[in-house]
Design a binder for this molecule. Structure first.
Ligand code: DGY
Length: 468
C-alpha cells in the first residue's frame, strides 16, 4: 500500500466518524462536523467543503449536509455560520447565546452571521459529479431555491450600495477569525464600549481553552470583541438593515469577495446548464461586477489588495499582507500587471513559500505567530483555494508549476503529519515549540480529510505511485 492510499483510507474513516444524526420535520439527516473534540455542530464553510469529499464516499451524506444547512435558512435567506446540534453543550457561544430562535425554521437553530459563501460551489460540484443523474436532479430541485435565496440575501443586505463587494460584519464571517486583517478595525472597539457582562461571560464561558490549547486560539481581547459584536446584533434584533447601519465592524475584503465572485459564477453556470439562461445571467453579471471591484482594491503603491472598513464612523482603508492576497486567483480576478507581483510574493521563501506553504501571514512578518490560528499556521482549505484558482492561469508555465508543487506539498504535509486543523509552515507540527503536543489545533479534523480526498480525486493522483 502506498502512503497516499493509507492516508486516503484514514481520511474516509474520519469523514465517516465525524458526524451525527438529526431529525428535521420527521426526516433524519446525517450532519458532518469539523471535529469530535471541539467543533461538534455543523459549520457552514466546513460542511460545504466536506460535501466535495462525501460525494466520493457516499453521495447521500453530501446531500444531507446541504439539506441540513438549508433547513435552517432564515426567512430573509441568511444561512448561519453554525447550525447547532440540539444535544451538544460543549461550545461557546452556543445556541442560547445568539437569541436567534425566532428567526429559526423547522426548529433548526443557527447563529445569525454567515461564513464564506461556498454553497453554490458545492451544489454545482455535486451536480456535475453525480453518477445517479435522477437522484441529483431531485437534489438540485430541492436545494437550488435555497441557494438562490441565499445569494439574494447576500446581495440585498451585504451589498446595499451595489458596489460589487459584500460586507462582513464579524471576523468569524470570514472564517479567518483572528487574521491581522481585522486588527485595525477591531482596535476601534474599546474595552470601555464592551458591556461588563460580556467581558464576564467571555471570562467564564470559553470552552475552546478548556478543550484545546490557548497557544492555538485567539486571545481574550479578540474574544471580548467577537462576543460584543454578537451581543450588539442580538440587541438590534438581528435586523440586518439596522446591523449594517450601526455596526462598528463592516469590512469589504478580497477573501470573502473572491469566494462571492466565484459562487455567483458557479450559480450562473448551474442555472444555464439547467436551461435557465436568463436567470443565470443575473448571477454571472454579479460575478463580473465583483471581479472588477476586487481589481479596483489593488493599491499600486503598497502592491497590496486593500480592504475597506465601512462600519459606522470607522471608514478607513486597510493595508495588510495576509494570504487573502492570493484569493483573487480563486475568483479569476488577477490582473495581468498584478500577476507577477503576486507570484513573486507567493514563491518567496521569506514570505509565503515556507517549507510547508502557505502560511496565513508571511513568516517574517512581525505579526506572524507559529500556532495562533489565522496568524501564521498553514491551512489546507486556503491551499485548496489557491490550487483550484491556479487552474484559470495554468496556460502560463510558472503558474502550472506552482500549482503542481503546492498540490504535492499539501498532500504530503497531510500524509506526513496526519489530519490536524492546521500546520506549522516551518516544521509541520511545531514539535520544537510544543514538545508535549501531537499536532496543532484540533485533531482528526474533517476539513483536512475532505480536502485530501477532494484533491486526490480532482487532480487524479495515481495511487500506484506514492505522492511524495
Ligand atoms: C470558533 O469557535 O473557533 C469558530 O471559528 C467560530 O466560528
Amino acid at each position: 500500500m502506498s502512503r497516499s492510499e493509507e492516508t486516503y483510507r484514514k481520511a474516509i474513516k474520519i469523514l465517516a466518524k465525524n458526524s451525527y444524526i438529526v431529525t428535521i420535520q420527521g426526516k433524519t439527516y446525517r450532519r458532518s462536523i469539523p471535529s469530535l473534540d471541539f467543533y461538534r455542530h455543523q459549520w457552514f464553510w466546513d460542511s460545504c467543503t466536506h460535501m466535495l469529499a462525501l460525494n466520493q464516499i457516499h453521495p447521500t451524506w453530501a446531500y444531507d449536509d446541504a439539506y441540513s444547512l438549508l433547513a435552517g435558512q432564515w426567512k430573509n435567506g441568511l444561512i448561519g455560520h453554525i447550525t447547532f446540534n440540539p444535544d451538544e453543550e460543549n461550545y461557546f457561544p452556543g445556541p442560547q447565546f445568539w437569541g436567534t430562535e425566532k428567526e429559526s425554521q423547522h426548529g433548526v437553530i443557527s447563529t445569525g452571521i454567515i461564513q464564506p459563501p461556498l454553497l453554490a460551489m458545492s451544489v454545482g460540484y455535486l451536480y456535475a459529479h453525480a453518477k445517479d443523474r435522477k437522484r441529483v436532479e431531485k437534489f438540485i430541485e430541492d436545494a437550488l431555491p435555497g441557494v438562490v435565496k441565499y445569494h439574494q440575501y447576500l446581495k440585498t443586505y451585504r451589498d446595499p450600495e451595489d458596489c460589487g463587494l459584500i460586507s462582513i460584519v464579524h471576523p468569524w464571517e470570514s472564517g479567518e477569525d483572528n487574521s491581522p486583517l481585522w486588527d485595525e478595525v477591531l482596535a476601534t472597539i474599546k474595552m470601555e464600549d464592551i458591556p461588563a457582562e460580556v467581558i464576564e461571560t467571555v471570562k467564564t464561558s470559553r470552552k475552546d481553552l478548556e478543550l484545546g490549547s490557548s497557544q492555538d486560539r485567539p486571545q481574550v481581547i479578540d474574544y471580548n470583541r467577537y462576543i460584543y459584536l454578537v451581543d450588539l446584533y442580538k440587541k438590534l434584533d438581528w435586523d440586518y438593515t439596522k446591523i449594517i447601519q450601526e455596526t462598528p465592524f463592516a469590512v469589504k475584503e478580497v477573501h470573502t469577495n473572491s469566494i462571492w465572485a466565484r459562487a455567483n459564477e458557479e450559480l450562473g453556470n448551474l442555472l444555464t446548464a439547467l436551461g435557465r439562461e436568463e436567470e443565470g445571467k443575473l448571477y454571472l453579471s454579479w460575478a463580473t461586477q465583483t471581479r472588477k471591484a476586487i481589481q479596483d482594491l489593488w493599491d499600486p503603491e503598497t502592491q497590496l489588495y486593500t480592504a475597506l472598513s465601512v462600519g459606522k464612523g470607522r471608514e478607513m482603508t486597510i493595508r495588510e499582507d495576509t494570504l487573502a492576497q492570493f484569493m483573487p486567483f480563486y475568483a479569476n480576478a488577477v490582473r495581468e500587471d498584478v500577476l507577477p507581483v503576486l507570484l513573486k510574493k507567493l514563491t518567496d521563501p521569506q514570505q509565503y513559500w515556507s517549507v510547508y506553504p502557505i502560511p496565513s501571514v508571511p513568516i517574517t512578518s512581525p505579526k506572524y505567530e507559529v500556532a495562533r490560528y489565522w496568524r501564521g499556521p498553514m491551512w489546507p482549505i486556503t491551499n485548496y483555494f489557491l490550487i483550484d484558482g491556479l487552474n484559470y492561469y495554468k496556460d502560463r508555465a510558472e503558474c502550472k508549476k506552482i500549482q503542481e508543487e503546492l498540490l504535492t506539498k499539501t498532500l504530503s504535509t497531510i500524509e506526513q503529519f496526519s489530519f490536524h486543523e492546521h500546520y506549522d509552515p516551518l516544521t509541520g507540527i511545531a514539535d520544537s515549540y510544543f514538545k508535549d503536543r501531537s499536532g496543532m489545533g484540533f485533531q482528526s479534523f474533517t476539513w483536512s480529510a475532505a480536502i485530501y480526498i477532494y484533491l486526490v480525486n480532482n487532480y487524479k493522483i495515481n495511487f500506484a505511485e506514492p505522492v511524495l
